[in-house]
Design a protein around this ligand. Structure first.
Ligand SMILES: NC(=O)c1ccc[n+]([C@@H]2O[C@H](COP(=O)([O-])OP(=O)(O)OC[C@H]3O[C@@H](n4cnc5c(N)ncnc54)[C@H](OP(=O)(O)O)[C@@H]3O)[C@@H](O)[C@H]2O)c1
Length: 422
């Protein structure tokens, strides 16, 4: 086991605590033979006195006595990549929780594993304790998937939920999330959508049999979501969620992560706090939703050890559901071609003709308005004007917003949140 941090320590606890049950289910005991981390003196909450210690995780990955290497260090490159590559090259099975690594190097590593005839398993990399990889790869294997989407980042979901419940702004709630340990000191991976994009890229590959294409994911985080937008969302019957969505389109595979307005009555709108959820729409199974804890020592360990059990029991399915050699490169559908409805919020000077100018910009770009809310009147201060549109192409919407944003009576850049029909 390389890495004994949150997930590593949790995995050790699970392997120890449930050892008998696991031996029964895997058909043989799972023994931790060697470990590696940075600091040998740190207490890990498990007795490691009989376990070999490696200060060099890469050397451990090449050790002939080891059957399976569990990589729980993290990071797309550097030591984690070296450890996984070394283990696979030496014909050892690999289990990892590393979404960054799989999002950036998944195809290459799966092909190496296949060439070496070993398993590369990463259930824990996507939505922690939710068994979505196994569900897609095995349970739903008979289906053509039309769309997969979900709440893939617990930190962002916690922040959006708390903002709504407490009517506070983003910065304040982020600070609270950091205090509670739900957000890192450097929260950018979570709140800027990168972590969700890593997971989405992996999900897409498994759902659609394509090469992992992290660069093809359109990413927008939640920093610009304001308490005011959340209030308007409520009024319009929506909740704002950071979703990752993927589907094949006529222009290629569409992969996007961004805040979405979703109808309050949909199941996903009611997945709150740190919880994650993933929806899969299959042609024969219909819609499936899995909800659970997407992070934390225990749920993530649950996924790591499920992968270990498959290896122990010699159950093997391809990492990305089809042979790695058969994964297809597919173009990424450009975001400009995305079609959907939009929520727009403007801060305007309440002068005659403002709404006419806004409407003209929308009309000229063939964007048709569905509803408009204007409340409060003040000729001297900015007042919010909120509008929603019918389905339109993103490129048209952006052109219209460019024009609207340059009107002298529009005092802030327009805020745009996509409305998803789910
Ligand atoms: N935390 C979660 O809830 C969660 C959920 C799903 C997936 N994941 C993924 O799981 C992986 C691990 O996350 P984590 O939260 O457990 O991270 P973490 O708590 O920071 O633990 C990282 C571990 O890696 C060790 N390490 C760092 N550099 C090393 C090196 N050069 N050689 C050997 N060991 C090294 C550290 O050693 P020291 O302890 O000695 O510093 C530490 O034990 C990441 O890929 C993460 O994305 C995490």
């Amino acid at each position: 086991m390389a890495g004994l941090g949150t997930v590593g320590a949790g995995t050790l606890r699970l392997l120890h605590g449930n050892a008998e049950l696991l031996a029964g289910r895997g058909g043989r005991p799972i023994a931790v033979d060697a470990v590696s981390a940075r600091d040998r003196r740190k207490q890990r909450g498990s007795d490691l006195s009989a376990v070999r210690w490696f200060s060099d995780a890469k050397a451990m990955a090449a050790d002939p006595a080891i059957d399976v290497v569990v990589e729980l260090i993290g990071g797309a490159d550097g030591i984690a990549f070296d450890v996984v590559k070394t283990a696979l090259s030496h014909g050892k099975h690999v289990v990892t929780a590393n979404k960054a690594l799989m999002a950036l190097h998944g195809t290459e590593l799966a092909r190496l594993a296949e060439a070496k005839g070993v398993a590369l398993a990463f259930e824990a990399a996507v939505a922690g304790g939710i068994p979505i990889m196994k569900t897609l790869r095995e349970g739903l294997a008979a289906n053509r998937v039309a769309r997969v989407y979900g709440i893939l980042n617990g930190t962002s979901n916690f922040i959006l939920t708390t903002m709504r419940e407490s009517r506070r702004d983003f910065g304040e709630v982020l600070a609270e999330a950091q205090k509670l340990g739900y957000a890192e000191a450097d929260p950018s991976f979570d709140i800027d959508g990168v972590d969700a994009a890593h997971k989405l890229a992996i999900l897409t590959a498994v759902a659609f049999g394509t090469e992992v294409d992290f660069a093809g994911v359109y990413v927008e985080g939640i920093r610009h979501v304001s308490a005011l937008d959340i209030e308007y969302a409520e009024e319009l019957g929506f909740r704002i969620k950071l979703l990752g969505l993927a589907r094949p389109t006529e222009h290629g595979i569409e992969q996007r992560v961004h805040p979405c307005m979703v109808a309050r009555t949909t199941p996903i709108a009611n997945v709150e706090g740190v919880f994650n959820a993933i929806m899969v729409e299959g042609d024969f199974c219909g819609r499936i939703m899995l909800e659970g804890r997407g992070a934390g020592a225990e749920p993530t360990a649950s996924a790591v050890v499920a992968d270990l059990l498959d290896i122990a029991a010699e159950r093997r399915s391809p990492s990305f559901a089809v042979a790695a050699s058969a994964l297809r490169a597919q173009p990424a559908s450009p975001m400009d071609r995305h079609r959907g409805a939009y929520y727009i919020r403007l801060m305007v000077l309440d002068r005659p003709g403002v709404i006419a100018d806004v409407s003209a910009a929308l009309r000229d770009e063939q964007v048709s308005m569905e509803a408009m809310i204007q409340r409060g009147r003040s000729p001297t201060e900015a007042v919010p004007v909120v509008l929603t549109t019918h389905e339109t192409e993103e490129a048209s919407m952006r052109r219209a917003l460019g024009r609207i944003g340059s009107l002298s009576t529009v005092l802030e850049p327009p805020r745009m949140i996509r409305i998803e029909s789910l």
